[in-house]
Design a protein around this ligand. Structure first.
Ligand code: AMP
Ligand code: MG
Length: 435
């Protein structure tokens, strides 16, 4: 629901220039093609609960117990038989002891009697209602005095939690595919479960390609740049809780590339490279990749990040999935988030969860040509009216990492969408949750 173009319409842009050669796909088509090719990797291992954060649950986790295990009090107050509420009010009940959280109160409770009770304490036998301490008046000692309860304050059964109310024994507490979060660890602990079956961690080999790339610690020769992609991508992989195999920088040389690719396949489930897949790159890179498996080269209709290659690569009886990203640092990262991240989650067995999408008002107009998805770096903040707004973060060149670093979100302009006027609503992926 973009606001109508109240501001002057932005100039229309011409059709996207189409380069010959590689398969042209929209971002959605590319994502769907990758998802269709991949199968979650099987296998499972038991890990202690304290080490399970971020791991993917390999099987449904059934509750071995009722949670809570007993009827218990939701309040500090006095427990009594709710049937007493049917008789003449106000009530005056004699306290006959105290039920603390922990071992249940054992004593008998007769008609006209009540038990002082703490939050979480087991409901004494025969009692089903709790009057909160602030709703009654106690005459005498709290554990043995007379408790006065006014009329119309509560219903029978109130302020009591039922056994199995949170979770009944034998019912699934968490489903297979769940990426375990802090609350999940708490939930599992509340069931008394000490270890959980999780998927083995997916391993990803990372290397950068390019004669011009220098590793950290090396001299920056004329015309060279430091390899930044590897660090950004390794960070993104660590955020996903994956095992990372760092294979460094590889020259644009078929023999070196082949050797590194073989090491990557031997050591990892997934091979993630950047650079060297654009049309201008030496043909040997592309032919080598194609020769080592069934890698296809795509021009994904997205900006930044067009050249992209994907497919299985084989060596020595092992097979890995190759994702080759564009070399431009922002293009590499954005392509990673848009296409590789969901694929890695899928391979890792994680249940598909859509990214939370925010609608934010754009503080400026954005020129956009229909026919490709554009992912712009944005800075989301609260406007004066309390609504979310988003501004373009600095220069949007595909090589300009600084604006990616300054951004806290990606503005997603869909394939068919045109220019957006200032004040129009745009879709935003917040980095929190994504990166
Ligand atoms: P390519 O995709 O290999 O044609 O590279 C496109 C641009 O990205 C070139 O300017 C490269 O120097 C740059 N580039 C490629 N790989 C990296 C990297 N790992 N770190 C930083 N810049 C890179
Ligand atoms: Mg290159």
């Amino acid at each position: 629901m973009n606001t109508p173009a109240a501001t002057p319409a932005l100039p229309a842009l011409g059709p996207s220039p189409v380069a010959a050669g590689d398969l042209q796909l929209s971002l959605d088509e590319a994502g769907a093609a990758i998802a269709a090719a991949l199968q979650p990797r099987g296998g499972q291992q038991d890990v202690p609960l304290a080490q399970a954060l971020g791991r993917v649950l390999a099987a449904d986790l059934l509750s071995p117990i009722d949670v809570p295990a007993h009827d218990n009090s939701a309040m500090d107050g006095y427990a009594f038989a709710g049937s007493a509420l049917a008789s003449a009010l106000p009530l005056a009940l004699r306290a006959v002891g105290t039920a603390f959280a922990g071992p249940p109160f054992q004593g008998p409770v007769g008609a006209g009697e009540c038990v002082r009770i703490m939050t979480g304490a087991v409901m004494p036998a025969g009692l089903d209602t709790v009057v909160p301490i602030e709703l009654c008046r106690v005459e005498g000692d709290p554990a043995s005095g007379l408790v006065h309860i006014g009329p119309h304050l509560l219903q029978p059964g109130e302020n009591r939690r039922r056994a199995g109310e949170d979770l009944a024994r034998g019912k699934p507490a968490l489903a297979a595919g769940r990426v375990l979060r802090p609350a999940d660890l708490g939930l599992i602990a509340s069931l008394g479960v000490a270890s959980v079956p999780v998927r083995p961690r997916l391993s990803v080999a990372v290397f950068s390609t390019g004669d011009e790339l220098r590793s950290l610690g090396q001299t920056l020769d004329p015309g060279c740049v430091y390899d930044s992609n590897r660090y950004a991508l390794m960070g993104a992989l660590q955020r996903l809780g994956l095992d990372v195999l760092d294979l460094g920088v590889v020259r644009d040389d078929p023999a070196a590339l082949q050797a590194t690719l073989e090491a990557a396949i031997a050591g990892a489930d997934v091979v993630l490279t950047s650079g060297g897949v654009s049309a201008g790159d030496a043909d040997h890179t592309r032919s080598l990749l194609a020769r080592m498996g069934e890698v296809t080269f795509w021009k994904v209709a997205m900006r930044p990040g067009r050249p992209f290659a994907f497919g299985p690569v084989q060596h020595g009886g092992r097979s890995s999935w190759l994702f080759a990203l564009p070399g431009n640092p922002v293009a590499a990262l954005v392509t990673f988030y848009a296409l590789v991240r969901p694929a890695l989650l899928q391979l890792n067995g994680a249940a598909a969860e859509p990214l939370p999408v925010l609608q934010a008002r754009c503080t400026q107009g954005i020129r956009k040509r229909p026919g490709r998805t554009e992912l712009q770096r944005g800075i989301v903040s609260r406007g004066d009216d309390g609504q979310w707004q988003v501004a373009i973060a600095g220069s949007q060149g595909a090589g300009i990492l600084r604006s990616m670093s300054q951004a806290n979100a990606l503005i997603v302009l869909d394939h068919d969408q045109g220019s957006v006027p200032a004040g129009g609503l745009v879709k935003v992926w917040l980095f929190d949750g994504l990166v």
